[in-house]
Design a protein around this ligand. Structure first.
Ligand code: ATP
Ligand code: MG
Length: 251
């Protein structure tokens, strides 16, 4: 069964139709890229799946359960982790505290007794940071991190709740080419290790083609292709949609 099932999603912002009858599925263990030119509707799709936005029509199901319109907190508790296009961490807290906070939230504990909280989930949080190669940064304030390290911390935070589905809206935004490939390879390895289902967006076609199990292509709010790397790479509609934007990456 699919972990995530998106059915006929439609969403308009005033006169702008951001999504039109969008349907796709993500299976357990699948590393699925949702791609498309700027403004195609990718972030809108992520925001609906994780509960930040309500669709005008259509449904989102997690493990066969309709979760359309539920709050982001409730959706997170159903095993959905996410990272954002614009990184969201607490700058004044340390890297370790950011992960501990996420674990405290997932366990529905209260971050009130500061001395106690400091030790809460410490070992697990350190292990989580080690998974993304950030354990040596544990005691630094998150605000002092380089941008690529912030994105790695965000990944650790998303993994902290032990998700079965991970949503990553441009996990490599702001990274250089080499760092992009390494980040996606890391997420892919974690996907296999934890048998996660992952839906991610990435603007570098080379990185997508190198790592994705399957690709869904959005253009102007519609799904124009859904298939393997080979199928999508050869699709004339996809090439047309990317002409003038990322066409050089599709050769
Ligand atoms: N809050 C909003 N109000 C009005 N229009 C919006 C809003 N958010 C997005 N849009 C519009 O909806 C369309 C889809 O936007 P969305 O951010 O989902 O695209 P995207 O594929 O994530 O693009 P990008 O690759 O640039 O991140 C665009 O035309 C965008 O301008
Ligand atoms: Mg976006």
């Amino acid at each position: 069964m699919s972990i995530l099932s998106v059915r006929s999603l439609t969403k308009s912002y005033g006169g702008v139709q951001a999504l039109h009858d969008v349907s796709f599925e993500v299976a357990a263990g699948e590393f699925l890229a949702l791609i498309g030119p700027n403004g195609a509707g990718k972030s809108t799709c992520f925001n609906i799946i994780n509960g930040q936005l309500r669709p005008d029509s259509g449904t989102v199901s997690i493990n066969g359960r309709d979760i359309t319109g539920r709050s982001p907190r409730r959706i997170a508790r159903l095993g959905v982790g996410r990272t954002f296009q614009i990184a969201a961490v607490f700058g004044s807290m340390t890297v370790l505290e950011n992960v501990q906070m996420a674990m405290i939230g997932a366990a529905r504990q209260v971050f009130a007794v500061h001395r106690l909280a400091r030790e809460l989930h410490r070992e697990r949080a350190l292990a989580c940071l080690a998974q993304v190669g950030m354990e040596s940064h544990a005691e630094r304030p998150a605000a002092a991190l380089a941008y690529g390290d912030v994105k790695r911390l965000e990944l650790a935070i998303a993994l902290a709740g032990g998700p079965s589905l991970l949503l990553m809206d441009e996990p490599t935004a702001g990274m250089g080419t080499g760092e992009r490939g390494a980040m996606i390879a890391l997420v892919k390895a974690l996907t296999v290790e934890h048998k996660l289902a992952v839906l991610f967006t990435e603007h570098s076609m080379d990185v997508v083609f190198a790592h994705a199990d399957r690709i869904v292509v959005l253009a102007r709010g519609r799904v124009i292709a859904n298939g393997t790397v080979e199928e999508v790479r050869a699709d004339p509609q996809v090439r047309t949609a990317y002409l003038g934007t990322a066409a050089e990456g599709m050769r």
